[in-house]
Design a protein around this ligand. Sequence first.
Ligand code: AMP
Length: 179
Amino acid sequence: MYPYRSSLDRLKKEIRDVPDFPKPGVLFKDITPILVDAQLFRLAVTVFVERYQRKTIDKIAAIDARGFVFAGAVAHVLGVGLILIRKKGKLPYKTISVDYDLEYGHNTLEMHVDSVKKDEKVIIIDDVLATGGTAGAAANLVEKAGGKVVELAFLLELTFLNGRERLGDRPIYAAIEYP
Ligand code: AMP
């Protein structure tokens, strides 16, 4: 079966730990070493492509900003449309939005009103599942527009943060788990 465990281990080894970024106490998982390596970037994209190429899906939704990188490539290979889910104020046209709570304060995600049509099947992609707040809001946004979230997909899941709990009973795929 593809992807082989050893491929995923290679990807995992290349994700760089950056302590205290963007603030003290956070161990940031930096995926850019994967992006700069042609083989590894292709491998990461292939992991998602292999998983979804035999599923009926209409669109890939990408979460701002590192999700864009993987989702764009996956949508291209699968031949489906790409939806951008962005932080408030970045999208130029009419938007729909969803608010969600952070540890301190709250945030808003937006999507263009015409990105998702009713009953379209959507895969949501981001690089890292951490607390799940962002991914949960992205899923709410797609559903608010009438779309169906087929699965939420991540390259890496920080399992100790229990992000899955904020995603309800929606299907979740994480290629790599940390620790
Ligand atoms: P979340 O806490 O799941 O809402 O994560 C918020 C966003 O920040 C997601 O798009 C993640 O990709 C990113 N993120 C959160 N924590 C980390 C981390 N420790 N390392 C890398 N990215 C992170």
